[in-house]
Design a protein around this ligand. Sequence first.
Ligand code: SF4
Ligand code: SF4
Length: 80
Amino acid sequence: MAQKTTKKGKIVIDRERCKGCYLCIEVCPFHVIEVDTDLNRKGYRPALFKGVSEDGKGCTACTQCALVCPEVAIEVYRAK
Ligand code: SF4
Ligand code: SF4
């Protein structure tokens, strides 16, 4: 029987590099990035990886957030 597999991934955001433009939050199809409540050293509220969205979806390592980030602050990892 064929099994449905779901791609899984995670991202690491360099919060000190982030300038709070939130393009990554807008582009993420699964809504797994939010705004941090704490400021970084430059005084921006950086993007924060939530891991799982409110409706239970997770990162698929689609890389869209990393591609859109003007500060190159996001690294994407694919789970094996
Ligand atoms: S796109 Fe990059 S600079 Fe903009 S909020 Fe996301 S991590 Fe920060
Ligand atoms: S890699 Fe894709 S699914 Fe994962 S956080 Fe970035 S935009 Fe969202």
